[in-house]
Design a protein around this ligand. Sequence first.
Ligand SMILES: [Zn+2]
Length: 218
Amino acid sequence: MKKRLFIFLIIGLIGSVLNYAGGDKKSISSEEALQKLVDGNLRFVNGASINPNQSSQDIERLSKGQYPFAIILSCSDSRIPPEIVFDQGLGDLFVIRTAGEVVDSIGIGSIEYAAEHLHVSLIVVLGHGKCGAVTAAHSDGEVEGYLNKIVNDIRNNISSVNREENNSLEKAIDVNTKSITHQLRESKPVISELVEHGKVKVVPAYYDITTGKVDFFK
Ligand SMILES: [Zn+2]
């Protein structure tokens, strides 16, 4: 009896070691993923970041495969690196960044890869205060080169915003984030189907550039 218990314990131990070595292969729910982001951002805001998963052992562990728990589509703005503001490390977040977080087929394809092949169940669209890209789109100014495509896409997203209104720039930032969220939820055939079957959630969020705090919306 004692021998059997011992064998049972050893098998359990080997199982957990193998699971650890290969990373956590079991994908977590969108609710659990969101909670991890909320907790990490709270640590960051409170100056209590633990900078997880950044050791040489983590590099070695992750060389065998990646199992990120959230996809973050954020602005390229240098002030909001997702791994830092959510206090995460290597292998935790699958990140796509563009100015104004607008996405075309290449960005959506990258998101599809993580959602479908890495089984990530949460997509966060992260807008932020004082966004330069949205500010440019919100003004009459002309831009040159490929930046034009970005500004035009944002202008389409925020066409419903009345520029004469109070706080219209803040409103434009909000509408842009939510419009991109809608674009992803409706993106056919991959993301829309994952959303429909409850396998993926797309959540808009806002990063406050003055406090470091992220607010999530529905
Ligand atoms: Zn921005």
